[in-house]
Write a protein that binds this ligand. Structure first.
Ligand SMILES: NC(=O)c1ccc[n+]([C@@H]2O[C@H](COP(=O)([O-])OP(=O)(O)OC[C@H]3O[C@@H](n4cnc5c(N)ncnc54)[C@H](O)[C@@H]3O)[C@@H](O)[C@H]2O)c1
Length: 296
């Protein structure tokens, strides 16, 4: 993907979080000018190197300032990458998760619109595919072709964000909004226990044994920022393989014997389909946990 198609300056929310740190580092490495924002961090250089603004996204005025250059010493942005959220079910009360995440995302979408910003990339989630799959998936690999099946308040909010994006794009035909349905985010240091997952295939069935290396997640953000087709679209973003050393076909046969398998599966092929992201965004994972852990 040509660097010239990338926006010049991007505001990244959730910048001191797990995915945000990787995204900020990656975008800066490919030459994008980044304003990193979060409600925590900023004074500690281990959180974010470079330009940082402390923002609580539940306060609309703070978001507008960040996006328009209203805050002293910080210009606004040409595009937004919105990653800030309470990042999973069960971390905070459902109502708190909903109140924070829905307000933050509404404010980000609305402030981008008010600022005339035409590109918004944001973190949706694999959870909208029906995690934890107590109800089996409709088929495998799962993809973007069936309606969201949120099973938690966290996921319900992600599904509502996808719907909200569709309406923002209906209101503004020039707007490009890309929702990335990230799988479970991993840093390299998270890979050590992966071989132990093999002992019990049910341990990681909740997301069909998927994961996303934070560096590949950052690559997906770069690709999405370069995407220029107006309208709202969503993409599953996972790594090309599973967390298991057993074959993907044998996992499905044992754990979900009644589920239709819609393609010939490679040995460790992801069951969270990244075919659309590959085809439309040019996304191609560069990393695997197998490169970091000795696998028998
Ligand atoms: N971690 C995963 O496995 C996973 C999987 C799928 C999707 N996601 C999504 O990816 C995004 C990033 O997740 P992460 O793993 O980096 O989470 P994280 O908790 O490490 O980072 C999220 C950041 O958002 C910030 N934040 C939350 N509410 C805020 C607010 N009101 N104002 C300003 N900042 C706020 C937090 O301070 C934190 O630094 C989230 O949207 C999450 O829902 C994560």
């Amino acid at each position: 993907m040509s660097e010239s198609t990338l926006p010049r300056r991007v505001v990244v929310t959730g910048a001191t979080g797990k995915l945000g740190r990787a995204v900020v580092a990656h975008l800066r490495a490919v030459g994008v000018d980044v304003l990193a924002v979060d409600r925590v961090g900023g004074r500690d250089p281990r959180d974010v190197d470079g330009e940082f603004l402390l923002v609580d996204l539940t306060d609309y005025g703070q978001v507008v300032e960040a996006f328009t250059g209203g805050a002293d010493e910080h210009a606004g942005g040409d595009a937004i990458v919105h990653l800030a959220a309470v990042p999973a079910p069960g971390l905070m009360s459902n109502a708190t998760t909903f109140a924070n995440n829905s307000a933050a995302t509404y404010n980000v979408f609305a402030a981008a619109r008010a600022a005339g910003i035409k590109r918004v990339v944001w973190a949706s989630s694999e959870t909208v595919l029906g995690l934890p799959f107590d109800t089996p998936p409709p088929y495998a690999p799962v993809d973007e072709e069936y309606a969201p099946r949120p099973e938690s308040t966290y996921s319900l909010n992600k599904a509502l964000e996808e719907e909200m994006a569709r309406h923002f794009c209906r209101w503004d035909p020039e707007l490009v909004m890309v929702g990335l349905r990230f799988s479970n985010v991993m840093d390299v240091e998270d890979y050590a226990p992966f071989p132990s997952f093999d002992a019990d295939p049910r341990l990681r069935r909740w997301n069909l044994w998927g994961y996303i290396d934070a560096r590949d997640g950052a690559q997906a953000v770069e690709r999405a920022l370069a995407y220029d087709q107006p309208g709202a679209d969503v993409f599953v973003i996972a790594n090309a393989d599973t967390v298991m050393t057993r074959s993907s076909a044998s996992l499905m046969a044992e754990v979900y014997p009644g589920v239709e398998i819609r393609k010939e599966l490679g040995e460790h092929e992801t069951l969270l389909s990244i075919d659309k992201a590959r085809r439309v965004l040019g996304y191609e994972p560069q990393h695997s946990w197998r490169d970091h852990v000795d696998v028998l």
